[in-house]
Design a protein around this ligand. Structure first.
Ligand code: HXC
Length: 257
């Protein structure tokens, strides 16, 4: 398949996917997400690949779902089109997936990183769930996964008040495995992936499955609940105003309607 929004290559036994919409800070539009999941699923079926790395560029892993693409959708359209469903496909990947994050990992970008099995961060990485500034909430696992990782107090601040976590804070909270200089984060992620890829493949997959079983117990109900609340918010004037204000580069005026 010819991809337009990602770059795909193999390095040794590692499948590498680079998000490639730098002009919009790798905003995750529907086409990019479909390509990403297709590429991961192809690597998952490829016996020559033992682990995968997803990365962006030094400035942005991904600045979120594409606001321009969803700004005008209604709650009904959001529910019917179910664009978030594509994010769920990452949970079905059996081999380990590592996110190599530098710069912005916001909104859906942060949720994508949180859906990976490990995160290697550059010292310039910044994590956040700024959906509240758009009049909505995270919709692809942010409210469910972040709280499990960083705890309720910090998750509340990040999601209710747009607190960004820098790389050192992310390390402190256990959101990322390691923080390394920006010149090294991708190499470090590829090295870790290569080491894991060289291990007993069936045991690696079994271990991932067992760990995720523990981590994800009760997660599914929460993910469904979060997604429906996210879609419902597209029935509010605040969502329309919040996303319009972002596109028009001005401050939103909230009415609570
Ligand atoms: C669409 C985006 C975008 C996004 C950036 N861009 N983020 N376009 N969707 N999420 C575009 C900008 O419009 C701009 O395009 C270009 O990328 C460069 O961005 P700037 O804002 O000029 O860069 P900068 O001043 O460096 O600010 C960086 C930034 C800011 C702080 C990351 O771009 C920002 O706040 N982005 C939005 C972050 C966000 O709210 N994410 C959550 C989205 S909702 P032009 O054409 O002007 O050059 C979400 C919900 C997920 O993710 C739910 C599940 C799917």
């Amino acid at each position: 398949m010819a991809y337009t929004s990602i770059l795909v290559e193999t390095r040794g036994q590692v499948g590498l996917v680079t998000l490639n919409r730098p002009q919009s800070l790798n905003a995750l539009n529907h086409a990019l997400m479909r390509e990403l999941m297709d590429a991961l699923e192809a690597f998952d079926k490829n016996d020559a690949v033992g682990a995968m790395v997803i990365t962006g560029n030094d400035k942005a892993f991904a600045a979120g779902a594409d606001i321009k693409e969803m700004a005008d959708e209604s709650a009904l359209e959001m529910t019917r089109n179910d664009h978030v469903a594509v994010f769920g496909r990452i949970r079905t990947i059996r081999k380990p997936v590592i996110a190599a994050v530098s710069g912005w990992a916001l909104g859906g970008g942060c949720e994508l990183a949180l859906s990976c099995d490990m995160i290697l961060a550059s010292d310039s990485a910044k994590f956040g769930l700024p959906e509240i500034t758009l009049g909505v909430i995270p919709g692809a696992g942010g409210t469910q996964r972040l709280v499990r990782v960083v705890g309720k107090a910090t998750a509340m601040e990040v999601i209710l008040n747009d607190r960004k976590l820098n790389a050192q804070e992310a390390l402190h909270f256990g959101l990322v495995n390691r923080v390394v200089p920006v010149s090294e984060y991708l190499n470090e992620a590829l090295k870790l992936a290569e080491e894991i890829a060289a291990r007993a493949p069936l045991a690696v997959r079994a271990a991932k499955r067992a760990i995720n079983h523990s981590y994800e117990s009760f997660l599914k109900d929460g993910l469904d609940e979060e997604k429906q609340i996210f879609y419902n918010l597209f029935g509010t004037e605040d969502q329309k105003e919040g996303m319009k204000a972002f596109v028009e580069k001005r401050k939103p005026k909230w009415t609570g309607k």
